[in-house]
Ligand binder design. Structure first.
Ligand code: SF4
Ligand code: SF4
Length: 373
């Protein structure tokens, strides 16, 4: 399908409506059979089946029109920084002790490759036996042969947010003049991965304003990307864009981009509250997916400099945020978030299964982190 432009246009066009329909049906079923706070309580343990994100920096080198980052920087509401090795080490040590299998280095906003200490951090986590992944805009992949270093240091999955193959459109959507660097970095990563026998998974996620067919038919796609497709190297296009809690609006999107409609707000907690994100300063925040004004908001439950992640993720503050959903009380970012995914019985079951699988086989791939950027 990703080789045939017409088929891709049809599938992605239909997917927009299908997802909306399926979401509506799922929400209806959840509202008829809601997981109670008492049932949820026993599933909130931190470790094994939960996700951990260490957002190594919240500084970005792009200004994507579909992201809150350029707005929070322009409004000066985001306090930026880079995670120290000591904070990272503390998080990873605890995560390894808890049996955490997977670690995502992707911050809520920011590009992990901006962190000059990234490779040391990657090295440390890999040596602890943790499967590490990240999402990047690819701009810095070429710098100091980072594409090669990531693979050599043992990264297991790299996801790249790309625009398409039009330089003019890239500059419009990503807000910076870095198209050539980004394409070159992607090319080199694909080539090097192939030359080493595909040790890592690569996902190229088009945040496309053009139709899929326009990208698929372009010479760049046919020459530099398609020859590398395999079981471990995939591309996909974006069906719809979310609103970053209302920060991104329909008028911010261009071309073929469509904003996801605000889902029905059920009085049920969001599944993303069960993934913990460590801010660069050690702040522990529920939900590593989205922010509205900054990442030091009412989803923050403490700091790993003072408590363990487990204490904070399972503590009273975290539980009061989760439980608050049942009475319609939501943190600011969650109020009009189109990323909202309510807890369901199927989700509880999948968490229990993931936990059992990881207990039986401590080293395999952990639960997938949410797609970001
Ligand atoms: S989407 Fe990612 S790459 Fe783009 S501005 Fe936001 S954080 Fe940066
Ligand atoms: S509603 Fe949105 S911001 Fe809130 S936890 Fe879910 S994904 Fe995160």
């Amino acid at each position: 399908m990703h080789s045939n432009g017409l088929a891709a246009d049809v599938v992605y066009g239909v997917a927009f409506h299908m997802q909306r329909l399926l979401r509506g049906l799922r929400y209806r079923s959840i509202s008829r059979d809601t997981v109670t706070p008492e049932e949820l309580w026993s599933h909130r343990q931190f470790g094994l089946a939960t996700g951990l994100i260490t957002g190594v920096t919240n500084i970005c080198n792009a200004k994507c029109s579909f992201c809150a980052y350029p707005k929070v920087v322009a409004n000066k509401t985001l306090e930026t920084g880079i995670m120290s090795f000591a904070v990272f080490q503390k998080a990873v040590d605890e995560w390894a002790r808890l049996g955490g299998a997977q670690l995502n280095l992707t911050p809520v906003v920011g590009d992990p490759l901006v962190d000059p200490g990234l490779l040391d951090k990657l090295d440390y986590a890999v040596k602890k036996g943790i499967r590490v992944l990240l999402t990047t805009n690819g701009i810095l992949l070429d710098k100091n042969d980072t594409y090669r270093q990531l693979i050599d240091h043992g990264i297991r999955e790299v996801y790249i947010s790309a625009q398409g193959t039009s330089k003019a459109m890239y500059e419009q959507i990503f807000g910076v003049n870095r198209f050539d660097e980004s394409m070159s970095g992607i090319r080199h990563l694909l080539e090097y991965n192939r030359s080493r026998g595909e040790p890592i998974k690569i996902g190229i996620r088009f945040r496309n304003a053009e139709k899929p067919s326009e990208i698929i038919r372009s010479p760049e796609f046919q020459t530099y990307l398609k020859p590398y497709f395999s079981e471990k190297v995939r591309v996909n296009f974006t069906v719809d864009f979310d609103n970053w809690g209302g920060t991104v609006k329909a008028e911010d999107l261009q071309g073929n981009m469509r904003l996801r409609q605000l889902p029905r707000q059920l009085n049920v907690p969001c599944t993303a509250l069960f993934c913990v994100a460590i801010r660069h300063d050690g702040g522990v925040r529920l939900c590593g997916c989205r922010l509205v004004r900054n990442d030091m908001d009412d989803l923050v439950v403490g700091n790993i400099r003072e408590n363990t992640m487990k204490e904070l993720a399972e503590g009273d503050r975290a539980w009061s945020i989760i439980k608050g959903f049942y009475s319609g009380q939501r943190p600011e970012t969650c109020r009009t978030c189109t990323f909202y995914t309510p807890v369901s019985r199927a989700w509880l079951k999948s968490r229990a299964l993931a936990k059992a699988r990881l207990q039986a086989h401590p080293q395999p791939a952990g639960p997938q982190a949410l797609a970001k950027h």
